[in-house]
Design a protein around this ligand. Structure first.
Ligand SMILES: Cc1ncc(C[n+]2csc(CCOP(=O)(O)OP(=O)(O)O)c2C)c(N)n1
Ligand SMILES: [Mg+2]
Length: 357
């Protein structure tokens, strides 16, 4: 059974999730709905031949990127992976720019330099994804090292897959972060598979246990419970900023689609998919918010309209001019210093991040 190695998730809200306001909760739901809707729309565009290459999505894993990104402050830095679209949305990347990115259009985040999931708007604090896995573990650790050396009170976060944990560089990052007590959070997105390889063919112990061997805490959360992911990340960030070093958070979830658009995932046992289908992170959260009196149908309608408008805008964007192919690829003159990553919509500016610290 592929889930054998995954520990049971703790029951109930983490205490820190109690700090979420009703507006925060609606924002979390909105972000997950946007991620799902954008990826569904992009899959259709892919099938229409408008998305070059392949297409990767995080269907069923929306809570992992939404919850973790939501716990981070504007000055923090996020290394966003291929199933973590909600993190870009939390930081304020608009649907039109994301859909344009997938289609390789001039208005995409990389202006057509990469028509795929390897992107990040550094002005919003998202580091463009390095495709070699798990190199973002090292990028996040390096950034955390820089923050510590400069005495800056900020934190780096990276997601990584279960497959990534078997690579040597994953262990190097874990070790160095621990030795230096770096302000970094590692979110292990345990989605039961690395391409077609199930967990029990990847490792003999749950990788969250490895954190203890390196000398820092590893915690397991229900990766389909957005507030559980949020709470664990918030705690890990507080630990990091207190100088107590890294945390490994294992978010247990399920990759509900194939590895990418071309993969029919016939290797996934149907009953495994069925059992996870009843635990869809968006449906679970909608049920919770209905109990809080939120008009969930209205939030759904708003996000659907936002995605449609974004898609129309992206489809109207031109392809990049080939003459500009190397523009922005190499650094001209001095490197632009990173700003504070403030996302205008996010409410960080209204002191929400202050409350969470
Ligand atoms: C070093 C390296 N080898 C192979 C790949 C191709 N590849 C991309 S995603 C992936 C599966 C990774 O599995 P996991 O880490 O569990 O992440 P998931 O896709 O399940 O989110 C592979 C093999 C890669 N990007 N980098
Ligand atoms: Mg995986």
């Amino acid at each position: 059974m592929a889930t054998q190695l995954a520990r049971p998730a703790p029951v109930g809200d983490p205490p820190s999730a109690a700090r979420l306001t009703r507006e925060d909760r609606v924002e979390l739901l909105r972000t997950m709905l946007l991620m799902r809707g954008i990826e569904e729309r992009a899959m259709t565009l892919y099938r229409q031949g408008k998305v070059p290459g392949s297409f990767y999505d995080g269907f069923g894993q929306e809570a992992v990127s939404a919850g973790a990104a939501f716990a981070m402050a504007p000055e923090d830095r996020l290394c966003v992976l291929h199933r973590d679209l909600a993190a870009h949305l939390v930081r304020g990347v608009e649907p039109a720019r994301i859909l344009a990115q997938y289609m390789g259009r001039a208005g995409g985040v990389t202006h057509g330099r990469d028509g795929n999931v390897h992107f990040g708007d550094f002005r919003l604090g998202c580091v463009g994804m390095v495709s070699m896995l798990p190199d973002m573990m090292l990028v996040a650790t390096g950034m955390a090292m820089a923050f510590k050396l400069r005495g800056e009170r900020r934190c780096a976060l990276t997601w990584c897959g279960d497959g990534a944990t078997s690579r040597g560089d994953w262990h190097e990052a874990m070790n160095w972060a621990a030795v230096q007590r770096l302000p970094v959070v590692f979110v292990l997105e345990n989605n039961q598979f690395a391409y077609s390889t199930p967990l029990e063919r990847q490792f003999a112990v749950d990788p969250v246990e490895r954190a203890a061997a390196y000398g820092f805490p590893g915690v397991t959360v229900d990766g389909n419970d957005v507030e559980a992911v949020f709470g664990a990340t918030l705690d890990a960030r507080e630990r990091a900023l207190a100088g107590d070093g890294p945390t490994l958070i294992e978010a247990v979830t399920m990759r509900m689609h194939g590895h990418a658009a071309h993969d029919d995932m016939r290797y996934v046992p149907p009953q495994l998919l069925e059992s996870w289908r009843t635990r869809d992170p968006i449906e679970l959260y909608e049920r919770k918010l209905v109990a809080h009196g939120v008009d969930v149908a209205a939030v759904r309608a708003e996000t659907a309209a936002e995605i449609e408008a974004g898609c129309e805008a992206a489809l109207a964007m031109p392809m990049p001019d080939p003459a500009t192919a190397t523009d922005g690829v190499f650094c001209d003159g001095d490197a632009e210093p990173l700003g504070d990553g403030r996302a205008p919509w996010s409410g960080f500016a209204e002191g929400r991040a202050e409350r969470w610290r």
